[in-house]
Design a protein. Sequence first.
Length: 131
Amino acid sequence: MVVKTEPATPPFSPGPCNRIVVYCKNIDAMTQFYTDHFGYQPSQKDGDRILELIAPDGGLILMLHQAGKGQRNGQSLIKLVFDVRDVEHTRSNLLERGIKVGPLHQADGYCFANMKDPAGNSVSISSRAFA
């Protein structure tokens, strides 16, 4: 049974979750798997550490990122990414609501900040989609 409760504060929607970061040991194998079997198209800007796989139907973008040495295959190696135009404003709003959000980070022409959801999953707010 699902119990619907009223939010403590008015609803807040920073932006849609259109991307997911997938940390992987072998980016080439992952790219081949998703292009050959699911029709994704690879896209990567010069010098970017992230290879984006674009869905043929406009669905969720898979962002492949090299996994750290301590991460094992089969572990939960994902990060949900919410696309927002103003990361600083969205971060401030989340902090005001009691969410622990990490510092702002500047990347290749965009900004992002990280946090964890209640289950400990990695979540990011990012302006990458608008860069």
